[in-house]
Structure formats: C-alpha cells, structure tokens
Design a protein around this ligand. Structure first.
Ligand SMILES: *Cc1c(COP(=O)(O)O)cnc(C)c1O
Length: 396
C-alpha cells in the first residue's frame, strides 16, 4: 500500500526501541537493569484510584466536553493559582489525552508550512518530530554542559528569523534535569517580547525539583509573558499517572478554542474516568507527591555522585526531573570485541551487551556525547546497575 509522504518521515520512538531490545534480552533469561523508563516507578496514589473507581460505579463513563469537564478545569485553575498566583478562565484551559497530545494539538493550530520553532537541546524527543509533522521547521539551539545545559538570550536572538514563531521551553528538563532561575527566565522573556515569540512552556516536572528550590512558572513573570505563553502540564509525572492520559494547556483563549476544535474532530474528550481521577490528583492530599520527591532526591544524590567518580564520566547534577544525562564521550575511540565505540548508540549497545544495563543514547535528545539514565527505578537497581556500568568500563 502506498503511504503518505508524512508517513515516510515518521520516526519510531527511540525510548520504546531500547525498551523493546531490553525486553527481548530479558525474555531470553538475561538479567537486564532497565534505566530507560520515562515514567515514575511508584504506584498511582490510592485516593486517585478510588476517585476513578467511584466514577465508574456512578456511571460517569460517557462522552464529555472535548476540552474536558468544567470541574477538572476548575481544579486545574485552582492548582495553577495556588502554585503560581496565575488566574485563568475556563475558556483558557484545554484538557487532552496526555501532555504529548496537547502539545501535538498546539503545534497543529499554531504552525503553518515552514514556520520555525526554536527548540533548546538537549530536548525531549517528541518536540522536533511533532513540529515536522505539522510542516514546521525545528531550529535547534544547543545548550552545553558547561552552561548547565541552558540556552542564553543571545543564542535565542542569533537564531531568530522572519519565520520564527515559537520558542519551546522545558524545565526542569527531560533529559538533563536542568532548570532556570527567575533572573534567567526574565532575560528569556525579554527576548521573547522583542521578537514577538509565542512561548510554549512545558513544565510537566514542576513538582519534581530538588534542594528545596522553587519552580518559577514562565507565565508568572509578567502580564506580557502570560499573554504570549501557553503553559503545558499534566498528571503523568507528578502523580505517577502516565497510563491515565491527562494533560492540559493554559493560555490564550483563541488558541485554546482552536485546539478544542481539533480535539473535537479527532480524539474527542480525554477518558471521562481519568478526568475524575485527575480532579482528585490536583485537589486531594498532596502527601504522596512529597514522599515521591524525597525518594527521587535520594536516588539523584546517589547516582550523580557515583557516576562522577567513574573515570571519564562527567555528570551534571540534576536540579529536577528524574534523569541524569552524563557525558560519556571520553570512551569514544575505545574498542570492545573488535567493535569500535564512536557515538552514543555504540556506547548504549556496549552497556546493554556487556553491563546488561539499558539506557537511552543521547543522540535521540540531540546530543551524541551523552546517554540518558532514568532513576525512576528502585535504589537497589540503581546501585546494581551503576556498579555494572563501572565494572564494564574498566575493561575498555
Ligand atoms: C513525559 C513528558 C511529556 C508527556 O507527558 P504525558 O502527559 O504523559 O503525555 C511531555 N513533556 C515532557 C518533557 C515529558 O517528559
């Protein structure tokens, strides 16, 4: 069958590919430690599950408004207000089937053919792919590890053209764990104003932030910033609800209304049951979030200091999210079993075959000198997996 031009450009998700390879080895009885996961390993809290059960039992199992039910929009608005002092109306909120789906809708309603979208690298894998699907051009801004993986206003300015329409921000960042402070964000906001950019701020890790640091939400910086920003968040990471598929966008009502039309003609509403569960997530007891954060912080401290003690590895200490993104390029040029290690994919293959540890190659996030290790797994696995990495590297 003849596929569309678009179909031919689509890339499978790399994270899913490495997970599949690790699963295949596991099914052969090989004991693999998985560091590939892009989701918390904790169970969804019971109060949230109970809200979903009640929704089923009470028959709340039919279509809802495509952009989400009013009670959920209100729970989201209350959450954003109590966290960041930001006020939105119901017509400025769209709930979708996960933040990924919301981002996809957003790019679709904003991008015309050849519009340029600035994407700081290392980036979350789906941004460039979604932009391309919509006919846009991803323009990659490389953040270096020396600058804590942050992009500067100067860098943004230097890559702006007449076609530049959107700036993507994601902090705390997947994959680096880097984040921005208020002053840095204000400088970026100034450039966004000067160049009249729409800012898409993906803050899905806003609650997974360490050392007592306070997350600054981009739209809270000023009235101008709020007007030009579409804020993206969801329940997946904070409440360990990746399978429930609830994410949202908050911002300009025309944009939200267009996204609503797109949802209405494609997916319709996100699952009714998940919406009820999300209300409980946003408005119920937040104790479990604190507990998860504590556990993540212990793991983060262990894994970053352990990796930094291995010869040749340089690991940025994350300030948020649940990944480390160490530079492993020291090992390029080395050989094992007659095979050369010359990039992040070779290194990842080496770790899988020799250390029996699954990680994701950095090239997928726009940096071939790095690998991504998710520490959303037990501390026992983290200790065992990092020990294996250390031992296997000694043989190189
Ligand atoms: C996980 C993730 C998402 C997608 O989250 P869902 O709500 O599960 O679709 C979006 N952005 C980033 C940076 C993520 O890591």
């Amino acid at each position: 069958m003849k596929l569309s031009k678009l179909a031919k450009t689509l890339k499978p998700s790399a994270t899913l590919a490495i997970t599949a390879k690790a699963k295949e080895l596991k099914s052969k009885g090989i004991d693999i430690i998985g560091f590939g996961a892009g989701e918390p390993d904790f169970d969804t809290p019971d109060n949230i599950k109970d809200a979903a059960k009640q929704s089923i039992d009470s028959g709340f199992t039919k279509y809802t408004a495509a952009s989400g039910i009013v009670e959920l929009k209100e729970a989201i608005r209350n959450r954003i207000y109590s966290d960041y002092g930001l006020k939105y109306e119901n017509n400025q909120i769209l709930v979708g089937s996960g933040a990924k789906h919301v981002l996809y809708n957003l790019f679709n309603v904003l991008i015309d053919e050849n519009d340029e979208v600035l994407i700081p690298a290392p980036y979350w894998v789906s941004y460039p792919e979604q932009v391309k699907i919509c006919g846009g051009v991803p323009v990659i801004l490389n953040g270096s590890q020396e600058d804590d993986f942050k992009v500067t206003p100067k860098q943004i300015l230097s890559r702006c053209s007449k076609k530049t329409k959107i700036l993507v921000l994601n902090y705390p960042s997947n994959p680096t764990g880097a984040t921005y402070n208020r002053k840095e964000l204000e400088e970026i906001a100034e450039v966004a104003k000067e160049k009249n950019l729409i800012v898409l701020s993906d803050e899905i890790y806003d609650k997974i932030i360490y050392s007592g640091e306070k997350h600054v939400s981009f739209p809270e910086l000023s009235e101008d910033t709020k007007e030009r920003t579409i804020l993206i968040n969801g329940v997946s990471k904070t409440y360990s609800m990746t399978g429930w598929r609830i994410g949202y966008a908050a911002g300009n009502s025309d944009v939200i209304s267009a996204m609503n039309n797109l949802s209405g003609q494609s997916t319709s509403n996100p699952t009714s049951i998940s919406q009820k569960a999300a209300i409980e997530a946003f408005s119920g007891d937040q104790q479990k979030v604190t507990e998860m954060l504590k556990e993540f912080e212990i793991r983060k401290d262990f894994i970053s200091s352990f990796l930094n003690k291995i010869e040749g590895i340089k690991c940025f200490v994350p300030r948020g999210a649940f990944y480390v993104f160490p530079d492993i390029s020291y090992y390029f040029g080395k050989k094992y079993k007659g095979k050369n290690i010359s990039n992040s994919i070779d290194f990842t293959d080496f770790l899988l075959e020799e250390a029996k540890v699954a990680v994701v190659p950095g090239i997928e996030f726009g940096s071939d000198n790095h690998i991504r290790i998710s520490y959303a797994t037990s501390i026992e696995d983290i200790k065992e997996g990092t020990k294996r990495i250390k031992e296997s590297l000694k043989d190189l």
